[in-house]
Write a protein that binds this ligand. Structure first.
Ligand SMILES: [Zn+2]
Ligand SMILES: [Zn+2]
Length: 336
């Protein structure tokens, strides 16, 4: 597929989309119904539908019975770790294998023309972004995800949190499912903004930012403190009246959904004529420029409201540069 029909390529070979990112259309007034309906389809299909499908598979085939989950034990904790590990290996590994190892579409639609495997760096374990990110994903990422999962399910099983039933509260619970991605984006924006505070950045978040050119294995490659807090979004379902399936869905949006920002390609070519949108551009810009796009891709436009939105346009670029200049000026003024 000709990626230059959808974007431009610079001298370095980096590709950028011509269309600028937009916030979700329901924030606009007056509402444009056709735009909202089109957006709604993309909101559900395919990514959030996929996360709901894995959630249901887990609930019916993987998650132990309530009696088992009343007691914390290594047995079911390690079982969940193994399933999460295999699930991530299949999902992230498939993208890595076809698009980074086999390079089936070369660098078409690729934001950064370089591939991490071709660029060894001292910041990574074994000088390899792939090995470093893969190991951190399994040692810290999936273990903290599983810890949050076990604690959440254990709390529900013991009645420590309000467990609403689907038969009594179908509309409220359906609404919670529907807004779970918005809960994710809002929570992620604030914790992410907090770990960009210099002392926390240095201690915690810099690990994730070692990957300036992120690839699928970068998604959960984080400091253990970060990955615990990141997945901790599921604990909100112990506070608001909810249901463990929705807590699990929230967790899958975080764990499986982390890959979206780190695919590195704007579109994955599935067949000659079909592509899959990655929704990765805004978070790619975050990895490139650090202090923009702390949140998701405009579902809850917190970056827009806080002045850190970068939609890929020249105007956003100029605003960001002006902000950086002001920051440098402030720092110099403090020094004098
Ligand atoms: Zn990231
Ligand atoms: Zn960051």
């Amino acid at each position: 597929m000709d990626d230059l029909k959808f974007g431009t390529r610079n001298k370095r070979g980096d590709w950028a989309p011509s269309a600028h990112a937009e916030i979700a259309p329901f924030w606009a007034w007056p509402p444009q119904i056709s735009k909202v309906l089109k957006w709604l389809v993309g909101y559900i299909w395919p990514w959030n539908a996929f996360h709901m499908a894995t959630t249901l598979l887990y609930w019916y085939y993987i998650i132990p019975g309530v009696e088992t989950m009343k007691t914390l034990s290594w047995d079911w904790a390690l079982w969940l770790y193994a399933v999460n590990g295999v699930g991530i290996f299949i999902m992230y590994g498939a993208i890595e294998f076809f698009y980074y190892f086999k390079r089936r579409q070369g660098s078409r639609f690729k934001y950064n023309a370089k591939f991490p495997a071709d660029n060894p760096s001292d910041v990574f374990w074994f000088k390899s972004q792939n090995i470093d990110n893969f190991l951190r994903t399994y040692v810290f990422g999936i273990s903290m995800w599983t810890l949050v999962e076990v604690l959440m399910l254990w709390a529900f099983a013991n009645g420590y949190a309000p467990w609403l039933s689907w038969s009594e509260h179908p509309l409220y619970l359906a609404f919670l499912v529907f807004i779970a991605p918005a809960i994710h984006d809002t929570y992620f924006f604030f914790i992410h903004r907090a770990i960009h505070w210099p002392p926390l950045y240095k201690w915690v978040h810099s690990v994730h930012h070692n990957s300036i050119n992120p690839s699928p294995w970068s998604s959960l490659s984080m400091h253990p403190v970060e990955t615990f807090i990141y997945h901790g979004v599921a604990f909100l379902h112990l506070i608001i009246p909810s249901n463990p399936i929705i807590g699990l869905f929230q967790l899958h949006l975080a764990g499986y959904g982390a890959v979206n920002g780190h695919i590195g390609f704007d579109k994955l070519e599935l067949t000659e004529g079909t592509t899959l949108d990655s929704h990765a551009y805004l978070h790619y810009l975050h990895h490139k420029y650090f202090e923009v796009n702390y949140g998701g891709d405009g579902l809850v436009p917190l970056d827009k409201w806080f002045g850190t939105w970068h939609d890929g346009s020249k105007q956003s670029q100029a605003q960001m540069e002006a902000r950086f200049e002001q920051k440098v000026a402030r720092m110099n003024a403090k020094k004098n």
